[in-house]
Design a protein around this ligand. Structure first.
Ligand code: PGA
Length: 256
């Protein structure tokens, strides 16, 4: 199996300010200097991409964003395009986060369009998938994850996952302090990779599958011992430089 370099990405969500952005990035640069073996990225609010890009100068930490529109330009009030994100130095773009699926009614098909727009622009989609608590209790976890992945495969083909990232985030674990156990997460990650492998083993072998949902500096190392967990998408704990750095370093050590 091909070696996959882990990716730990911070999803700042609706948090921060210019000053916070500069301060957090200064802390991350200090904490992560000289760390290799795990790619690190941050997704601040788009308002602060310029501050973040400037503050990240000279660092290996990559820049990302939390959403993108499917349209490239024109009369689309309030939207942000792939070209704008690229112009602002962003590389990894989160799409399909459960908060956008829930609060903005984004469908699997709409998210697949975003995936295609990002690939066309040469950006890296970070596709969030995952089941709700009710779906989990009803034994529908695999069905939901397969449906969310298949929306992309049906629209773009399995090769679209070359160079892409999937973040498995069980909704019941997001922001609740109740992470999936390493074994629970591994079982779903293995299912997701197997589902892609049924179409292309080569694509499945290289795709990064992050776990997300209450990852913190205390539980990250154990999650990363699992073979199909290739890093993490981190919300709350990404707002503190020290905690985020512990998670990045844990991935680098576990996957060395
Ligand atoms: P959390 O969020 O780490 O705060 O649970 C993760 C996410 O929503 O990406």
């Amino acid at each position: 199996m091909a070696a996959r370099k882990p990716l730990v990405m911070g999803n700042w969500k609706l948090n921060g300010s210019k000053a916070f952005t500069k301060e957090l990035i200064a802390g991350l640069k200090a904490e992560l200097a000289g760390v290799s073996g795990c790619d690190a990225a941050i997704a601040p609010p788009v308002m602060y991409l310029a501050e973040a890009e400037a503050a990240l100068a000279g660092s290996a930490i990559a820049l990302g964003a939390q959403n993108v529109d499917v349209n490239v330009q024109g009369a689309f009030t309030g939207d942000i395009s792939t070209a704008m994100l690229k112009d602002s130095g962003a590389k990894y773009i989160i799409i399909g986060h459960s908060e956008r699926r829930t609060y903005h009614k984004e469908s699997d098909e709409f998210i697949a369009k975003k995936f295609g727009a990002l690939k066309e622009a040469g950006l890296v989609p970070v596709l969030c998938i995952g089941e709700s608590e009710a779906e989990n209790e009803a034994g529908k976890t695999e069905e939901v994850c397969a449906r969310q992945i298949d929306a992309v495969i049906n629209a773009l083909g399995v090769d679209a996952f070359n160079g892409a990232v999937i973040a498995y985030e069980p909704i019941w674990a997001i922001g609740t302090g109740k992470s999936a156990t390493p074994a629970q997460a591994q079982a779903v990650h293995a299912f997701i990779r197997g589902h892609i492998a049924a179409k292309s083993q080569a694509v499945a072998d290289q795709v990064i599958i992050q776990y997300g949902g209450s990852v913190n500096d205390a539980n990250a190392a154990e999650l990363f011992t699992q073979p199909d967990i290739d890093g993490a998408l981190v919300g709350g704990a990404s707002l503190k430089a020290a905690a985020f750095a512990v998670i990045v370093k844990a991935a680098a050590v576990a996957k060395a």
